[in-house]
Design a protein around this ligand. Structure first.
Ligand code: NAD
Length: 490
């Protein structure tokens, strides 16, 4: 089978690749604005059929109980996807606008390889634990704890790292024994649909275990939240949508797992190498045009060296060109859509209205007449209460803020509704550790340490989310706990 980016894609429902009842919708290349092809447009009836298939596969199949079979299927899926890696890479660059260099990591190869980690967990996890004998209320009792799959998982994902986020849900949910209905973002249907095709045609994953429903209709995501046949909603997206997801899941009291937005701080202490730290901060916010929830978008530098820091950061940012994502050297590709570009440009205008200065960037690159590109942009001269310092912009935009020492840096970092990620740069380990302890976020990098890997739990404090993705903590989000007490035999 060849997966070509010009194919029209199908839904995967109950093991079959089927057209959408609503016809098709166009898939755009954000770097060229060309129509790449079409994706299946699902309707509420398709979503209903997908949920029914997942429910049946969970309730009547052996999937949730056969740990070794599931591990085998996940390895089979990993091998099959790896055999299509170049075709998938082509699709990912074209559909997502993902820089080619990222597809050897988190945009493609990383999350596919991570399927082996989830397979190993399915096989090696302690599914059963003996609590030992006790005599509650004087009755000798043996107690065992069993870990079991939650049931049907509704997975709702965004467009910025579609493979990473789709597999961060499919991997642990399937390894834990659940069945899944995946609803990817309307901007990136192919990344999910092609995985659906590989599952249907090249794996033994039973019918109904994975269902993939592409659509431009956000209301189909909402149906996953309200349908009582779905036991858990695993959502990654904006904080605003996360609130709606949580509210709509309340009626049926389903488990809700949320990975949301961020406005993370990059803290440079006064004993750090300022120029190097600023350069790293400048580079990281340009990766994938700043479309990463965990990117550090506020740079906090010592007030006494603010001007020097602004100059060093601007020097790096002005050297990074937003360009063709298929070129090997490109770090900063396009934004995903005209709508996102408008949103980012709105924030650039707002920065000036709020009294800020655009030090570098601020517009569309002069050498690009097609594609949703925005120049890497540095905003200076605002304080942390400015909306551009408080709200998620989701573009290659960095706000540089002065701090008055370690405690003040922690205060500013925490003065945010979000708590997803962050970075601390300094040379004195005691000071660094104090700052790390003070920052209220789920993930922190110290002096450039890399936190992303299959076994490392990732997630947010505060309004950045509920629960953890990846690692054993991420796997356990998809499990229930059953305690069984029986008379102790002597
Ligand atoms: P979004 O919230 O607009 O959409 C995400 C998904 O939710 C899409 O599939 C969409 O169709 C669906 N959806 C929309 N309305 C819904 C509703 N009422 N009920 C159920 N589902 C609904 O987000 P986006 O614009 O696609 O992605 C960007 C956002 O995602 C950013 O805020 C970013 O920070 C966040 N994000 C977070 C993480 C993380 O792990 N914390 C990772 C990546 C992206």
């Amino acid at each position: 089978m060849a997966l070509r980016p010009t194919d029209s894609s199908a839904l995967l429902i109950d093991g079959k690749l089927v057209p959408g009842s609503g016809g098709t919708f166009e898939v755009l290349n954000p770097a060229t604005e060309e129509v790449l092809g079409s994706a299946a447009e699902a309707t509420a009836a398709d979503m209903d059929a997908a949920i029914a298939a997942a429910r049946l596969a969970f309730d009547e199949g052996t999937w949730s109980r056969d740990h070794a079979f599931r591990a085998g299927c996940l390895r089979q899926l990993c091998d099959a996807l790896q055999s299509h890696i170049e075709e998938l890479r082509e699709v990912t660059i074209a559909e997502v606008g993902a820089p080619a260099m990222l597809t050897s990591g988190p945009q493609l190869e990383g999350p596919i390889e991570d399927l082996r980690y989830w397979a190993d967990l399915a096989e090696n996890y302690s599914w059963e634990e003996d609590l030992g004998a006790a005599a509650p209320m004087g009755i000798p009792t043996a107690r065992r704890v069993f870990k079991e799959a939650v049931g049907v998982v509704g997975a709702i994902t965004p467009w910025n790292f579609p493979h990473q986020i789709n597999f961060a849900k499919l991997g642990p949910a399937l390894a834990a024994g659940n069945t899944v209905v995946l609803k990817p973002a309307p901007d990136t249907p192919w990344c999910a649909a092609l995985v659906g095709r590989v599952i249907a045609e090249e794996t033994e994953i039973p019918a109904g275990v994975v269902n993939i429903v592409t659509s431009t209709d956000h209301a189909l995501g909402a149906r996953l939240c309200t349908d009582p046949r779905v036991d858990l909603v695993s959502f990654t997206g904006s904080t605003a949508t996360g609130r709606t997801v949580m509210a709509s899941a309340a009626d049926s009291l389903k488990k809700v797992f949320l990975e949301l937005g961020g406005k993370s701080a990059f803290i440079v202490l006064d004993d750090a190498d300022l120029a190097s730290a600023c350069s790293v901060a400048a580079f990281s916010v340009c990766v994938h045009a700043g479309q990463g929830c965990a990117l550090t978008t506020r740079l906090l530098v010592p007030r006494a060296r603010y001007d020097e820091a602004v100059a060093a950061t601007a020097a790096t940012m002005s050297g990074i060109r937003a360009g063709d994502p298929s070129k090997p050297g490109t770090v900063c590709g396009p934004l995903i859509s005209a709508r996102q570009r408008e949103r980012v440009e709105g924030y650039l205008k707002l920065a000036v209205e709020e009294g800020g200065t655009i030090v570098t960037g601020g517009g569309r690159p002069a050498d690009r007449d097609r594609g949703f590109f925005v120049e890497p942009t540095l905003i200076a001269g605002v304080d942390n209460s400015a909306r551009v310092a408080q709200e998620e912009i989701f573009g290659p935009v960095l706000v540089i803020l002065p701090h008055d020492g370690d405690e003040d840096a922690v205060r500013i970092a925490n003065d945010s509704p979000y708590g997803l990620s962050g970075s601390v740069w300094g040379t004195d380990p005691e000071r660094v550790n104090r700052v790390v302890a003070g920052v209220r976020t789920g993930t922190l990098s110290v002096n450039g340490g890399v936190w992303y890997s299959a076994d490392a739990p990732f997630g947010g404090y505060k309004q950045s989310g509920i629960g953890r993705e990846m690692g054993v903590a991420g796997f356990e989000e998809y499990l229930e706990t059953k305690l069984v007490a029986s008379p102790a035999t002597t």
